[in-house]
Design a protein around this ligand. Structure first.
Ligand code: PGA
Length: 255
């Protein structure tokens, strides 16, 4: 049985004060949750303070990005060691906003994944097709390219703890989520692809989150699907109430 993982991607929102206020509410309300990993991904500026605040709690810290080099003259960038230093355990890699706005390529994503493996940080690798790609029946080609190129050169062992987030671009921030059936179909495809490339065991253990307009209203139907192991939540993670509901509904029996 794969352990569920619900992560909040706060994107470029929340000052340190806002972040602390939000995470304090979450840690009180979620203190008894034991059967899932709960992750918050604040902006870089709030990582340290949020990390201090949640120390010893069951909420884990994640970052939204990193650079693959270890150190040096890379103005504006943050390394894996720096994220570890502030107690991050997870890092989102290849989010569609990074790919589309900041022109990150599959090769960049692959370098970032490699920079994280073996450094005590777990990557959340984002993949997903654009609306025009889905309409042109290219969804599986795009997902295949994203997965194979993101994971190129890795061994089955490197996949331990790695998480994939399926985030159709047309569903992000639009209020139009993929249906449970659409998401399940892609999640099953990803698991199958990983089985073909790395073997059955790593594929069976791989956690695949769904992301894209996840809300308390749609989480229950999504999380019931056999290959959906959690959610990567954007907008609805910015309010304690909606994120709390998403976590709680994800853990209901039968989910
Ligand atoms: P959304 O964002 O929940 O606001 O659609 C999800 C994401 O980008 O991870």
């Amino acid at each position: 049985m794969r352990r569920k993982i619900i992560a909040g991607n706060w994107k470029m929102n929340n000052t340190v004060t806002d972040s602390l206020e939000l995470v304090r509410k979450l840690s009180v309300e979620l203190k008894d949750v034991k059967d899932a990993d709960i992750v918050v991904c604040p902006p870089f500026t709030a990582l340290y303070s949020v990390g201090q605040e949640i120390e010893g709690s069951n909420i884990k810290l994640g970052a939204q990005n990193l650079f693959w080099e270890e150190k040096g003259a890379f103005t504006g960038e943050i390394s894996a060691a720096m994220l570890k230093d502030v107690h991050c355990e997870y890092v989102i890699i290849g989010h569609s906003e990074r790919r589309n706005i900041f022109k990150e390529t599959n090769s960049n994503v692959n370098k970032k994944v490699k920079a994280v493996i073996g450094r005590g940080l777990l990557p959340i690798v984002c993949v997903g097709e654009k609306e025009e790609e889905r309409k042109a029946n290219k969804t599986f080609d795009i997902i295949c390219a994203h997965i194979q190129r993101a994971l190129a050169g890795l061994s089955a062992d490197d996949l331990k703890g790695l998480i994939v987030a399926y985030e159709p671009v047309w569903a992000i921030g639009t209020g139009v989520n993929a249906t449970a059936q659409q998401a399940q179909e892609v999640h099953a495809f990803i698991r199958d692809l990983v089985a073909k490339n790395f073997g059955k065991e790593p594929a069976a253990g791989l956690r695949i989150q769904y992301g894209g307009s996840v809300t308390p209203q749609n989480i229950s139907s999504l999380i019931k699907e056999p290959d959906i192991d959690g959610a990567l939540v954007g907008g609805a993670s910015l309010k304690a109430d909606s994120f709390l509901q998403i976590v709680k509904l994800s853990l209901q029996p039968g989910s």
